[in-house]
Design a protein around this ligand. Structure first.
Ligand code: ADP
Length: 262
């Protein structure tokens, strides 16, 4: 059997996808990156291969992407996150023209042309504002997990204004709101509006041509998606496996490169 591996070693989470013929997903795995993302990547690789019944010699090509890719020596090639996310998102949503990827420590907006090639992009990897980290820190101040944010947002009637996009100042604002007795859902919705405004501000030059797709771990937060749709006045598609888009793209590129080599 021919199988191809895509490994996305993110700053917070490692994702591995194994595909077979015609890009069919054979197995997938996700785990926190901890302090040694490449070691976790090796563990997840063994896990997906065992689950799919694929021996190490049956893996035809491996592509690594993500923040930790340079420290992972077992791949045949490294490919940028922009290219892999674009490829994965376009596979998950065939008409996609814009990809908003919101990861743990960076975020990017990618414009695709009609053929699905990367036409333009912008990226924030300097500051936690507009990333999953912003929500991790502020959720903790509220006594919530990031998984619980969307349900809390759904209870909000009037989001408060969080004026700081800086994570440290936003955390202080959250604490002040709690001290004043502001209901938690209103604060959560305010945080989601703040992160959405920041992302849409960043998207400015690249634009938001439909179909707009959101990927990355934060795409699983329906509150962030609702805020992006409300402020950006655009419908956003969140595919199943949104967090795996980069690893899936890497696996599809691996399959294409193996075909070129034959
Ligand atoms: P990276 O590739 O940078 O490591 P990911 O795209 O995997 O990042 O996203 C990780 C981020 O997604 C983290 O900040 C985490 O808090 C957030 N996240 C993960 N799962 C969920 C979830 N179910 N709901 C909301 N946020 C989530």
């Amino acid at each position: 059997m021919s199988a191809y591996l895509g490994i996305d070693i993110g700053s917070r989470v490692v994702k591995v996808v194994l595909v077979g013929a015609h890009g069919r997903v054979l197995a997938r795995a996700v785990a926190p990156a901890g302090i040694d993302g490449p070691a976790i990547a090796a563990e997840l690789t063994a896990r997906v291969c065992a689950e799919a019944g694929v021996g190490p010699r049956e893996v035809g090509y491996t592509v690594a992407t993500g923040y930790g890719r340079v420290r992972f020596c077992e791949a045949d090639a490294e490919v940028s996150e922009i290219t892999c996310h674009a490829r994965g998102a376009r596979h998950l949503v065939p008409g996609a023209r814009t990809v908003i990827d919101i990861g743990g420590q960076d975020s990017k907006v990618i414009a695709l042309d009609e053929q699905g090639r990367v036409a333009d992009f912008c990226m924030n990897d300097r500051c936690a504002a507009g990333t999953g980290r912003f929500l991790e820190v502020t959720a903790e101040a509220l006594g919530l997990s990031v998984e619980g944010l969307a349900a809390e947002h759904a209870l909000a009637r009037q989001p408060v204004t969080i004026s700081s996009t800086c994570t440290v100042f936003a955390e202080s604002e959250v604490i002040s709101h709690l001290a004043r007795g502001t209901p938690r859902p209103e604060i959560v919705a305010g945080l989601h509006h703040a992160i959405a405004s920041r992302l849409l501000g960043m998207a400015g030059r690249v634009g938001l041509t439909p179909v707009v797709v959101c990927t990355g771990g934060v795409a699983q937060n329906a509150g962030v998606i609702a805020a992006l749709e409300a402020i950006g006045k655009v419908a956003i598609t969140v595919p199943p496996d949104a967090q795996l888009a980069g690893a899936l793209g890497a696996a599809l590129i691996a399959a294409a490169r193996a075909a070129e080599r034959r």
